[in-house]
Design a protein around this ligand. Structure first.
Ligand code: UD1
Length: 353
């Protein structure tokens, strides 16, 4: 089968790696299309190199812009490539503007679409990713859901017949990278951070970066939090400068990290403090308490099991949780056993081969 895999943003490169490896192992022809939504060395190129991904056959170079501009450019470029290359299946990952553009381009050209990480919902339509998820699931032919919550969400929207539960491909990626990840102490030394207890902080959600009040409320809560290592997303770096916000002295800003380095840090940290979707789950898998700087999460099981606390961008709530980080009494393997890529390809082969 000729598969066109569409990616564009950092978390998709990570999800692509196990998928791509398994697809090629089974003898499928894969064409890799990078929309160019993320384009920096640290946000993109490094991931292709370190995850041993083949260089993309196509890079659309859509770059930054409004959601409309970015999605429209990607839609136009992907449609042209589908027409030129005639794949038998388009595969999209996650919930970014690149995911939406890929699914929509294929659906309009009557090429089947499979969505990896289908069925996640925050039920907050103000989140750009939530709009993308809903639209992508409704125009895809095969919905590859990571867990029972996602299956339930899809059934509620009348999409059960197209859904298959396959486990979470981020678990495959995490298990693979852990085999060769550096020690956290090595990563800290390289970053110039003295070894000892620390928290890992990431912030990039539009709801936190675009509102100076939210961003400064988060920073205020971190003042007494001990050593905090903060890989700064380009969006956040720009927001800090635009709002003229200073980081507390105990918060050390560092460049965006590679996947192996981030996993090493998340595993060794006392707490992960984040508004990322993927990192909440990685914290759970690594048994690190997580503080989520949002009012809702797609990964509700991590909260129900007591490993994740939702604090929003609220100084008092963040401070309170930092005093007693969430550590669940049990740690069941709710995201599968790291064999999602094989289950995804089984479902694809059964449906389309
Ligand atoms: C996007 C995804 C989000 C995902 C995140 C991971 C959407 C709507 N959002 O958010 O779901 O969790 O990626 O990072 O698709 N920039 C650079 N260099 C880069 C990439 C971005 O400098 O390589 C800057 C640009 O100024 C850009 C800003 O970062 O405007 C934000 O990038 P963008 O892709 O719009 O959204 P993210 O916040 O990264």
């Amino acid at each position: 089968m000729h598969i066109l895999s569409v990616v564009g943003a950092r978390p998709q490169f990570i999800k692509l790696a196990p998928f791509s490896r398994e697809a090629r192992r089974r003898g499928h022809q894969e064409t890799l299309l990078h929309t160019g939504q993320h384009y920096d060395e640290g946000m993109s190129d490094r991931f292709f190199r370190e995850l041993n991904l083949p260089a993309p056959a196509i890079n659309l170079g859509v770059g930054s812009g409004s959601h409309a501009t970015m999605t429209a450019r990607a839609l136009e470029g992907i449609a042209a490539e589908i027409e030129a290359r005639q794949p038998s299946l388009v595969v999209v990952f996650g919930d970014t503007n690149s995911t939406l553009a890929g699914a929509l381009a294929a659906a309009k050209l009557h090429v089947p679409v499979a969505h990896v990480e289908a069925g996640l919902r925050s039920f907050n339509r103000a989140m750009p990713e939530e709009v993308n998820r809903v639209l992508v699931d409704h125009c895809s032919d095969l919905l590859l859901a990571p867990n029972t919550t996602a299956m339930h969400n899809l059934a509620t929207e009348g999409l059960a017949a197209r859904a298959v539960q396959v486990g979470d491909i981020m678990v495959d990626a995490l298990y693979t990278v852990r085999e060769t990840a550096p020690a956290a102490s090595e990563v800290l030394t390289e970053l110039g951070v003295p070894s000892g207890p620390f928290s890992l902080l990431t912030i990039h959600r539009a709801s936190n970066t675009d509102d100076p009040a939210s961003l400064s409320a988060i920073l205020a809560a971190l003042v007494g939090a001990g050593t905090v290592v903060f890989p700064v997303h380009p969006r956040t770096r720009a927001a800090l400068a635009a709002h003229q916000l200073e980081l507390p002295a105990n918060v050390t800003p560092v460049e965006p990290q590679g996947y192996a380095q981030l996993v090493a840090l998340a595993g060794a940290a006392d707490t992960v403090i984040t508004d990322s979707g993927g990192l909440q789950k990685e914290a759970y898998l690594l048994e690190t308490p997580c503080i989520t700087l949002r009012e809702e999460t797609e990964w509700t099981e991590t909260v129900e099991l007591g490993w994740n606390a939702l604090t929003g961008a609220d100084t008092a709530r963040i401070t309170a949780v930092l005093q007693a980080p969430p550590r669940g009494a049990t740690h069941p393997s709710i995201y599968g056993d790291g064999a999602a890529a094989a289950a995804i390809l089984d479902a694809i082969d059964a449906r389309f081969a």
